[in-house]
Unconditional design. Structure first.
Lengths: 220, 220
DNA sequence: TACGTTTGACAACGAATAATGTCAATATGG
DNA sequence: CCATATTGACATTATTCGTTGTCAAACGTA
């Protein structure tokens, strides 16, 4: 232990024109981008701290400066990608005609387009997320719940899901979100062997069918 | 190398009243059961060869007698559980009234009941399966495809999915299967916080809605 | 009974990797 | 210019685990 405590002084001083906090958060961001690249390419299992550092162009010391372990970085990567996707989907929805089917189509289009254009993102969001740890499982569950809630609010009229015949609205929504996720997963694992538009329309058809079913029940 | 080749002789002789093949396949089966227990309890990542041997009551030598590595055992475990589930589902369907909705309900009931009564099985089939390796990903994709095909045949009339509006029947089926899988996953991760019957009915509602939608399209 | 087979307990070797530590080179502010 | 904060390359330590090998005891068969 040679560290000395200098009460006033130059600890945490500027470097390269940036404050300590700025440098730290820049390095942290570098690791998040490296994580997106490495986890998306090699998967979580095959990723090592060294490979993440190599990709980030930084050394282990700085990795542990920002993250307790690679699982913590993965959680951050996941949250970052979800946030970006969410922003894109919301933007597309806002730009679409204010009509339920068009809204849903616009959101689904951006979702599937992202999965297609960024296979690494697809791999992280759809596949790698599972089975890492209990904490990560919880993160997935919470994220999916948020997405389900968001869909319910945004395309509210489609989701006027009747409570008839012993069903539960939240479970129905979960099923619809699940159908979309699963179609995307299947599409990804099949190396995008179907045209984007067909995938979007097929996924959308499930929402539309459920909406009609609900309206039919309301009438009865 | 002290192994000598005795051409006629007692190599591969009986032991404990069982032939070599019988003993081998019994040991193999022990490892599969151990894998179900360990992978279901600890997950694939946390499972070691030693822990699998301890659970099986056998030593490493016999592990490598039957499997190249723990991934190979996992594949076998997965196939075994899928087969059992498939048999149970088919049996329930055969016993149900020969009417599409009742058939689908019976199948879904057995599916969700299995997930509820065997959380380890649920964990392996719904969560651990992802992100282990490219080979395992392929196994999942093929299994899901088979299940989709089976559902299409068994409840054929429900799946009279119209090809209208730019959709694809296989993708629609994938979406329906995905909704069920995802509801089960959600239910499992939420520690089975909803009543079984509500889960079954909600999952079923999506199939029913899609069927009505298809019939409506046929009429048009 | 005598021989080789089979079994199980456990040692041992090597590889990989997480996490921490060392040290010299460099940059900064006074 | 000097003291010190900062950085980066690399070493080190400790642990874990996969895989193969050793050996004695138990067993079956001729």
């Amino acid at each position: 232990m040679t560290t000395r405590i200098s009460s006033s002084s130059s600890r945490g001083r500027a470097y390269g024109g940036r404050s300590l906090d700025e440098r730290r958060s820049k390095r942290r961001a570098q690791f998040v981008e490296a994580g997106i690249a490495v986890f998306g390419r090699d998967g979580f299992r095959a990723a090592t701290v060294k490979s993440l550092c190599r990709e980030a162009g930084l050394t282990e010391r700085y990795f542990y400066e920002s993250f307790a372990n690679s699982e913590a970085l993965f959680a951050e990567v996941y949250k970052t990608l979800v946030k970006r996707l969410e922003d894109d989907v919301v933007a597309a929805i806002d730009a679409a005609p204010a009509e339920p089917e068009a809204t849903a189509r616009a959101g689904l289009h951006v979702f599937f387009e992202t999965m297609y254009r960024q296979p690494g993102t697809a791999r992280i969001l759809l596949i790698e997320i599972f089975g890492i740890s209990g904490d990560i499982d919880r993160l997935y569950r919470e994220t999916t719940q948020n997405f389900t809630r968001m869909l319910q609010e945004l395309v509210g009229s489609i989701f006027a899901l009747g409570e008839g015949s012993g069903t539960d609205a939240r479970i129905l929504s979960t099923g619809l979100v699940g159908s979309t996720i699963h179609i995307a997963m299947y599409w990804t694992l099949n190396r995008y062997g179907d045209p984007l538009e067909v995938v979007v329309e097929s996924s959308l058809a499930l929402y539309v069918a459920m909406a009609r079913q609900s309206r039919a029940q309301d009438r009865a």
